[in-house]
Every structure is written in structure tokens, then in C-alpha cells.
Design a binder for this molecule. Structure first.
Ligand code: YNC
Ligand code: MG
Length: 399
């Protein structure tokens, strides 16, 4: 098992029971890295995609739309629209050479893809630059032919030539070896639609109108001073978020430029990211954000509709930073903020709100009527040995 992964600098299962010294697993020098990619099997060639070009973007979009991640029952498949792909893959520090494709030489068809953006990641008290790898995808007709390891080695090679030796990635499948594991939680916004497409079953003994009532939300938000985040808030948001994220064992470190990219709502094209702050006497005391990724409804879809899915993104609140720590105050505040996030997501006509069992989410998931889903999300570090990070599914004290 794990014929490829056992050759890579990742921790193995069964190693290391106790606490280990954290840090890189393998040290290399840029001059020892291959200048050329591994050759592909005959009939295929490497390309870099130009996501600023509409034609190339359309090809990446269509590959992912047809072949990217599905749920276990193949009911839904992610539909990353170009606006989301630009947001995710053209973040500060992006370079075209990290948008790696494979084409069939004859037909010129794009048949596989992998990408990375740089991220500074802190694990406990050490921060390092890494490649955040995403959108690994192989056309359904080319599955099981060991193309994925070739793509992974290529994004590793490109990173290494830039002096980046660590990687960060998530996957629904188990690989050697997760640094943390989270569960997905879902909160219905439009229960009727979720039920019609098979996402939300009708619980035994319930009736549709009970479910609709259960998930009803107020028309307006309730937090005083809540407003959409603006460019002028970027500095304050970064300072607040940095202090808040210091509570957790693993987190990205945002520059102002990165925060502007990841959080500021853009109104040209379809909206991807929604961010709000609470301003109190000129100070930003709270912040939350969510983004939208559509899922195509593969089954039960007479009307050719998509699910518009909100994902809770980063948040921060002064309520979590008071000394002494006041968990009850944090819980109250987070529930108010997340309830407002639900109201705003519903206003934006999103159908369901997802969150993971991480950060302080255990303080509001139950009260805000999120239900545990089937999906898990495993977090991985490449070429970095780290002790397991709880706060995910194993944080029983929170959930
Ligand atoms: C996966 N998701 O275990 P072993 S997530 C990593 N992440 O290797 P083949 C994966 N490895 O077990 P197929 C993986 N899925 O023999 C499979 N693998 O050691 C491993 N699905 O390769 C697998 N997108 O080509 C096995 O498999 C080997 O043809 C088998 O292709 C796999 O983006 C895949 O779920 C996933 O498109 C491309 O099934 C294909 O099946 C597909 O025979 C639907 O591959 C879409 C999908 C994955 C979403 C994601 C994150 C990817 C992270 C990759 C690892 C990055 C490492 C860090 C590099 C930078 C380092 C620096 C510096
Ligand atoms: Mg393959």
C-alpha cells in the first residue's frame, strides 16, 4: 500500500508514538533539483496554463467541472467557476508555472491539472513558507494509471526550484499521514431545495414544514456595528486575526496584501467572498468571512440546477482574546456572529452553510443547527514532521 507515498518525505503510519521534534524531514539544495520535468508517457505533454487567458481558464474550468471531487454517492461534484478559480489560484505570490497541466499531444485536450500558491504557515511556534497544493485532477478516462504521482512530483520540483521545501494540502482520503482531521458540518439555509436534490433527508416523524421552520432565520442581522469589510479595514483585520489565530496550533500567517486578496469582497463578476467587520468606536472588534463554491447536482436534477454552498472561512473576535479567558463570553459572541453570517448567506441566496470541526467552531455548531456530515477533511504537511494537531474531530470537549 502507498507505493508512491512511501517514497515521499511524509511521516508513516505507526511511527512515533510520543512527542517528536518538529521540522523538515529531508534537506535538499536547489542545485540538486532537476531542471526538467519527468517525461510523460507517449502521447501526453506538460503545459502551463494561463489563467489570465479566457480560453485556458475555460479548459481548466471544464476539466474540473467534469472530473473534480464528488461525494461518496456521486450525487454532487464541485463546480469551481472561473471567479473562484482566479481567487484560489491567483493569490498574492502566484506564478503561472504553478498552474500545471497535461495535454494529449494529438487532440490538445487538457486531461490533468495540479496547482499551488505560496502560503506562510505557522505550526506551533515555527513559521515556514510552503506550497499549498490544490485542484489535483485527472480525467476520468485516465484514472488508475499513476499519473497523479507524476503531477505531485512536478509541483514539488517547481516548488523546490523556488526554494520552497514544504507543502500543505487537504484531501478527503486517508494518506500517510494526516496532521489533523476535521469533520464537515452543514446548516441548511434553503431546506426545501436541499431536500429536493437529495442533500437533506426528511427525518423520521418530521414534516417538510417542520424542517423549514427549524431552519428559519431572521430577515436582518442583529450585531450592532456590523458592516461589510472595506479596504480601509485590512490592517485592523490582519492585526485582530493574527492575535486570534495565535490561539491555534496551525494557521496561515496573513500579510495585508494576502488579507486584501482573500477577504475583500469584489463586486465585478459573481461574488466569491463575503467579509464583515464589527466596528465599535472606530475599532474593529470582530471579523468573519465566508466564500461560495457551487456544486453541480449530478443526481435528482431535473432542472439542471446547482447547489450554492457557503463555507465558513476565517473569523476573529476580541471576545476570545480577553484576559482572563472567558469561554462563555466567547461562545455567546460567536453564536451571534455566526447567526448573522447565516442571515447574510441566506440573503445572498446561498443554499447551505458548511463549516469544519476546527478553530472555535465547536462553540456554535450545535446551537446554530449545523449537523454532522459524512465527509472528513484530512490536513497534510509535506516534508514536515509535526505532532498531531487536535481541535478537529478529536476535540471532544468542544463538540
Ligand atoms: C490525493 N487526493 O494514494 P499510493 S485534493 C494525494 N492527494 O498513491 P493514480 C493522492 N495523493 O497510495 P488516479 C490523492 N488521490 O500508491 C490519490 N492519490 O502511494 C495517490 N479525482 O495515482 C494515491 N482530486 O494516478 C496513489 O490515481 C496515487 O488516477 C495513485 O488520480 C488521483 O487537490 C486523482 O479527488 C485524485 O482526479 C487525481 O482520482 C483522481 O485516481 C481525481 O493512479 C477526483 O495517487 C478529484 C480529486 C484531489 C483533491 C487536492 C490536493 C492534492 C495534494 C497532492 C499532494 C501534494 C503534496 C505536496 C507537493 C508540494 C511539495 C512542495 C514543496
Ligand atoms: Mg492516473
Amino acid at each position: 500500500a502507498y507505493k508512491f507515498w512511501q517514497t515521499q518525505p511524509v511521516p508513516r503510519f505507526g511511527e512515533e508514538g510520543g512527542k517528536v521534534e518538529e521540522g523538515p524531514l529531508k534537506m535538499q539544495k536547489v542545485e540538486d533539483i532537476d531542471q526538467e520535468p519527468q517525461p510523460l508517457v507517449a502521447g501526453f505533454e506538460w503545459v502551463t496554463m494561463d489563467l489570465a487567458d479566457d480560453e485556458d481558464m475555460k479548459e481548466v474550468y471544464e476539466l474540473l467541472n467534469g472530473h473534480y471531487v464528488e461525494d461518496d454517492e456521486a450525487m454532487f461534484r464541485f463546480n469551481y467557476i472561473p471567479e473562484v478559480l482566479r481567487w484560489a489560484m491567483m493569490a498574492p505570490g502566484w506564478q503561472r508555472k504553478y498552474h500545471i497541466g497535461v495535454r494529449a499531444s494529438q487532440s490538445r485536450k487538457l486531461v490533468a491539472f495540479i496547482s499551488a500558491v505560496p502560503v506562510n504557515i505557522r505550526v506551533r511556534d515555527r513559521t515556514f513558507r510552503s506550497s499549498e497544493v490544490n485542484f489535483l485532477c485527472v480525467h476520468k478516462k485516465l484514472r488508475g494509471k499513476r499519473l497523479a504521482p507524476v503531477l505531485i512530483k512536478e509541483v514539488t520540483r517547481i516548488s523546490n526550484l523556488d526554494g520552497v521545501w514544504q507543502g500543505l494540502y487537504t484531501a478527503g482520503i486517508v494518506l500517510p499521514r494526516p496532521v489533523s482531521t476535521c469533520r464537515y458540518y452543514h446548516r441548511a439555509l434553503n431546506w426545501t431545495k436541499l431536500h429536493a436534490c437529495g442533500f437533506s433527508p426528511l427525518p423520521n416523524g418530521s414534516k417538510p414544514e417542520y424542517q423549514v421552520r427549524k431552519y428559519a432565520l431572521p430577515e436582518a442581522t442583529s450585531t450592532k456595528g456590523l458592516r461589510e469589510m472595506q479596504d480601509k479595514d485590512v490592517g485592523a483585520v490582519v492585526r485582530l486575526l493574527t492575535r486570534y489565530l495565535a490561539r491555534f496550533d496551525m494557521a496561515p500567517q496573513f500579510t495585508e496584501e494576502e488579507a486584501r486578496h482573500w477577504f475583500l469582497p469584489k463586486k465585478d463578476g459573481r461574488q466569491v467572498i463575503w467579509s464583515y467587520v464589527v466596528e465599535d468606536n472606530g475599532a474593529v472588534t470582530d471579523f468573519f468571512s465566508f466564500f461560495c463554491v457551487e456544486s453541480s447536482i449530478i443526481k435528482n436534477n431535473e432542472v439542471n440546477d446547482v447547489l450554492r454552498v457557503a463555507y465558513l472561512f476565517y473569523y476573529a473576535t476580541e471576545a476570545g482574546l480577553s484576559e482572563p479567558r472567558d469561554r462563555a463570553a466567547l461562545k455567546t459572541r460567536l453564536n451571534a456572529l455566526v447567526n448573522d453570517a447565516l442571515v447574510l448567506a441566506k440573503k445572498a441566496r446561498l443554499d447551505v452553510f458548511n463549516a469544519l470541526s476546527l478553530m472555535d467552531n465547536g462553540l456554535f455548531l450545535g446551537q446554530q443547527k449545523f449537523g454532522g456530515g459524512d465527509g472528513q477533511l484530512h490536513y497534510y504537511l509535506f516534508n514536515y514532521r509535526a505532532n498531531h494537531i487536535s481541535g478537529g474531530v478529536d476535540a471532544k470537549n468542544q463538540l
